[in-house]
Design a protein around this ligand. Structure first.
Ligand code: MSP
Length: 638
């Protein structure tokens, strides 16, 4: 039987049209579904819309429509956008559907019958944007930290779910399953909510007198269900809870994807609700950071290209999927700008991948008349070297993707692409041709074509169009991922067709942006001669990290690219240490990392933080601050 994978996005509120943030999460889910299918899983992908609650009722009213008319309209615009972006979900759940209402009422009744729902009265500070109460600890200056709006004190009689009863169970569950919530920073966030104090019980109803647009409680018609208690249940209602085959089949393999805005409902409410309803917990909660855009810049350089479909049309489907997956370190915020999209397209896609494929195909045309050359036995060692590199890259890609470290996974494939470009430069096929070394030439071109084929197959969940173009040009369209076959680098037929592959990724002009590879964002630190207080200092997240890999950056005599472990998280750093340190010397060293610095693009790498080094005079070479190896990775400076 095939292994199973069930991926969900949040169900989006229908009070606004889909934007880039929604598109990111949904693209990730689409990528993962295709990725898991590629490696042989039976995968299922759910998305949908969250349609009840104050916020939606208010938006409908403002638009002069009934809640149902209004939600029909916006929900279908989500569907339309996903269709135009070819995001292939298996099901789209709407919380206003009858199948959902039935499941919500059945869970409410079950939890009520189990004695975990009681009637009481409560007064607390409420955010209408988040549709939830805030504890003293969570609010800042009486305001909602997400919406920056004043919280309103509300007191009313309602039904409550005994969330506190399951607090101890949840703490133990998270301890026993350290990657239940990942990456680590969000597990820590949930643990600090759980371990700090006794959880307040969850108010799960709203009086109909105040809000009609919701699912009536099965045990009291005067109340509707609180929108979060209703919404979270979509993940099982869509599968046909309680007795649908799809539910039984996929639920044990459930993986949710959300952004950091909705960690508490997913990390605390949902697992305790599941426990109370006698449903096993989901497998993983995967939490990503935010895409931030600078408004001014957005309107200046991107014009009106903020709608996901326009973005795809402007830059291309493969290009945007690649950018999203490669640019963001899952879990951390990232900046969206036209400059960074264009850099990824021009450097990674056009230069690295596009050129390698184009050169390989052109040489097959020029030297072998557009046919796959045979592989002469005497050059077998070159294939073995490439095979080893490819196996390493593929395994890293698969492992990192399964661990939601998409950028690291893809980076490994790009290292392989880099070694193919180097292989062309070093073997110089044009010289081999001139010198009549046909055997070696044939081996080089065959190796390159085989590598292009293997890359096209493994990259198909990301680069949906370019992959097909490469496979079609090799007459291999429809090829399945078969690890053994792919890693053999021996899949093509002698004499098979090698057609023109065209320009896979046209280079883009950087209007008004500096074009030199060395010019990237400089982090400008505001000068401050004055003293700072402890609160300001506490904003800087300094942690111990370990250098796992270090390599010189071609084209720069100063810069090194480092891969570091900052305590369960891998990051890339670009550091100006190349003049004074050998890359090999740095591997294994423990250093201090400023972990919450905004990412910066330097030499087409995204540097996710800064390591601490010291120098006495301005022009001295910086000396790395090394840390005692016994201090664990991720330990914070305090
Ligand atoms: N309806 C709730 C979710 C209920 S799930 C049971 C909700 N909806 S939402 O429309 O506000 O969507 C929030 C989600 O949209 C985030 O968790 C994330 O997946 C995505 N994003 C919204 N803005 C985003 C960014 N700026 N960056 C990245 N993702 C963003 O919350």
């Amino acid at each position: 039987m095939k292994k199973l994978f069930y991926v969900t996005t949040p169900i989006y509120y229908v009070n606004s049209e889909p934007h880039i943030g929604h598109a990111y999460t949904t693209i990730l889910a689409d990528f993962l579904k295709r990725f898991y299918m590629m490696i042989g899983y039976d995968a299922y992908f759910l998305t949908g819309t969250d349609e009840h609650g104050d916020k939606i009722a208010k938006a409908a009213q403002e638009n002069g429509a009934s809640p149902q008319e209004y939600t029909d309209r916006i929900s279908s615009s989500f569907k339309q956008v996903w269709k135009e972006m070819d995001l292939q979900y298996d099901d789209f759940i709407r919380t206003s559907e009858g199948r959902h209402r039935k499941a919500v009422q059945s869970i409410l009744q079950k939890v009520y019958d189990g004695g975990d729902i009681y009637f009481g009265s409560y007064g607390g500070y409420y955010c209408f944007g988040c549709e939830r109460y805030f504890t003293e600890k969570e609010m800042s200056d009486g305001k909602c930290p997400d919406h920056d709006t004043k919280l309103e004190y509300i007191e009313e009689s309602n039904y409550f779910f005994k969330m506190s009863k399951y607090q101890g169970w949840l703490i133990n569950h998270i301890k026993a399953n350290p990657d239940f919530i990942r990456p680590e920073r969000y597990r820590n966030e949930v643990m600090s909510l759980l371990e700090g104090e006794v959880l307040e019980d969850l108010c799960i109803s709203r009086p109909k007198a105040r809000l009609k647009w919701g699912i009536p409680l099965p045990f009291d018609e005067n109340y509707v269900t609180y929108v979060w208690f209703d919404a979270l249940i979509n993940y099982v209602s869509a599968l046909g809870y309680p007795d649908g085959d799809t539910f039984r089949k996929y639920w044990p393999a459930a993986q949710h994807i959300i952004a950091k805005d909705i960690v508490k409902p997913h990390g605390v409410f949902w697992p305790t609700m599941l426990k109370a309803a006698g449903i096993e917990p989901y497998r993983h909660l995967n939490v990503h950071g935010y895409w931030n855009m600078e408004e001014a810049k957005m309107s200046k350089s991107l014009g009106n290209v903020v709608r996901p479909v326009d973005l795809m049309k402007k830059f291309g489907d493969d290009q945007i999927r690649y950018f999203f997956l490669r640019e963001m370190t899952f879990g951390l915020d990232a900046k969206f700008s036209e400059e960074s999209v264009i850099n990824r397209i021009n450097y990674d896609l056009a230069n690295d991948l596009g050129n390698m494929v184009k050169r390989s195909f052109n040489m097959a045309e020029r030297y072998f008349g557009g046919k796959v050359p045979p592989y002469p036995q005497e050059a077998v060692h070159e294939r073995d070297i490439l095979k080893e590199k490819f196996i390493r890259a593929l395994d890293e890609y698969v492992d990192n993707t399964m661990a939601f470290r998409f950028n690291s996974g893809i980076q490994h494939l790009w290292e392989f692409i880099g070694s193919l470009n180097k292989y062309i430069d070093e073997t110089k096929p044009w010289v081999l041709a001139k010198e009549g070394k046909t055997g070696h030439l044939s081996a080089v071109i065959r190796n390159l074509l085989e590598s292009c084929f293997a890359l096209a197959v493994v990259l198909s969940p990301v680069l949906r169009n370019a992959s097909v173009k490469i496979l079609e040009a090799l007459d291999m369209a429809g090829s399945q991922f078969d690890r053994m076959k792919i890693i053999s680098l021996d899949s093509l037929e002698d004499g098979g067709a090698v057609r023109d592959v065209g320009v896979l990724f046209p280079k883009l002009e950087k209007e008004g942006l500096e074009g030199d590879a060395s010019v990237k964002k400089e982090q400008k630190m505001a000068e401050n001669d004055g003293l700072i207080d402890i609160k300001e200092f506490a904003k800087v997240d300094i942690r111990v990290a370990e250098i796992l890999k270090a390599a010189r950056i071609e084209g720069s005599d100063k810069l090194l690219e480092l891969e570091i472990d900052s305590g369960g998280e891998r990051r890339t750093l670009v550091a100006g240490l190349a003049k004074q340190y050998d890359a090999e010397y740095l591997v294994g060293k423990k250093i201090l990392l400023v972990a919450n610095l905004k990412p910066a693009t330097i030499f087409k790498r995204t540097s996710q933080g800064m390591l601490l080094a010291a120098k006495k005079e301005k022009n001295d070479a910086p000396v790395l601050i090394e840390i005692d190896p016994s201090i664990p990775n991720g330990a914070r400076l305090s």
